[in-house]
Design a protein around this ligand. Structure first.
Ligand SMILES: C[S@@+](CC[C@H](N)C(=O)[O-])C[C@H]1O[C@@H](n2cnc3c(N)ncnc32)[C@H](O)[C@@H]1O
Length: 313
């Protein structure tokens, strides 16, 4: 097995660099390690006083016992380097997932705690689900949304815990609608809204399948000045008709959003699917600009973490 000190040394170097970087920018949740040493295929994110350590499946063949020992040595190394108690280093194994599996519970209850970003507060939980409640790779995108929100009606599709809406409200959105299929995440979004003192009479939460929701809104002739749509790669919940496949369905989804945009309205469309190809020819607009260079934060060395476009009608 590879010497753990190789990992410790690299983590120490990265941690110093990114902690300084984050401090200058008043950032409290950020990525410090992303499979930098191939023998240690983990990703480590700081969430204030805790760390989220994910192991990526490389298909290595080792026994369960050896693996458990390896995981413990990595956790202990992280605890020592980051000067955090071992219990604050939350370890997860991340396998290739499809569909709703990725939103399932891990089995652990975990602890909800509050982190700060961009002057806002968000509830995260590093243990209960595979994801934490706040996707750090969209930190810049959230700021862009806040900057564009003044005086606009905002729509957040596939909203998860509603963090884009918190930013839009802070940026002066007059009203908003936050749509997600999951009761759990709608409830989490509501708690985030309350935590940030949002006026719940102007910011509505709708538990719905985005496909059905968009059809209704188009039929009703609704208009929005700003839309964020960040769909999962694949989803096949029992609560929706059929399945969602972002590669197959993105043109339908984007074209529906275009119908809801005001004259000067804008749509942020994002995906984490690595192999994604935007089918521009099938879109009912020519005003499409990829802005991933702006949206992917510096602390994400993996520059393919997501892709993002700004689309106008
Ligand atoms: C990748 S997350 C979106 C991340 C979010 N935009 C953010 O930055 O925090 C995907 C979300 O889509 C929701 N979802 C999946 N299929 C859906 C559907 N057909 N309609 C509405 N929401 C759906 C899931 O419940 C989950 O919260």
């Amino acid at each position: 097995m590879t010497d753990i000190s190789i990992f410790s040394n690299r983590l120490r170097k990265n941690s110093r660099h990114w902690a300084k970087w984050a401090k200058r920018r008043n950032i409290h949740c950020y990525r410090i390690y992303d499979r930098d040493v191939p023998e240690f295929p983990v990703v480590l994110d700081i969430y204030e006083q805790k760390a989220h350590l994910q192991e990526f499946d490389t298909g290595w063949q080792i026994s369960e016992e050896e693996h458990a020992l390896w995981v413990e040595s990595v956790r202990m190394a992280a605890s020592e380097v980051l000067e955090l108690p071992p219990a604050a280093i939350i370890f997860k194994q991340r396998q290739r997932q499809r569909g709703m599996a990725q939103y399932e519970k891990t089995g652990a209850r975990g602890e909800d705690f509050i982190v700060h970003e961009g002057g806002h507060r968000f509830i995260v939980n590093l243990e209960e689900y595979l994801d934490t409640g706040l996707f750090l790779d969209h930190r810049n995108t959230r700021r862009l949304v806040q900057e564009k929100a003044a005086g606009k009606r905002f729509l957040n599709l596939f909203a998860y815990t509603g963090s884009f809406t918190v930013y839009a409200a802070a940026g002066g959105a007059t009203r908003s609608t936050t749509v997600d299929l999951s009761n759990t995440y709608q409830d989490w979004a509501r708690r985030n809204f309350e935590l940030n003192g949002m006026d719940m009479t102007r910011h509505e939460l709708i538990r719905a399948d985005v496909f059905g929701f968009l059809n209704e809104e188009v039929k009703q002739g609704e208009r929005y000045g700003l839309i964020v749509m960040d769909p999962p790669t694949f989803s096949n919940s029992k609560k929706m008709n059929g399945a969602l496949d972002v590669q197959r369905d993105h043109t339908l989804l984007i074209n529906q959003c275009l119908k809801l945009l005001t004259e000067d309205g804008e749509l942020f469309f994002s995906t984490n699917l690595r192999s994604f190809q935007l089918d521009e020819a099938a879109l009912e607009t020519r005003q499409v600009a990829e802005i991933s260079g702006q949206t992917i934060p510096e602390d994400f060395r993996n520059k393919k973490i997501h892709r993002c476009w700004l689309i106008r009608r």
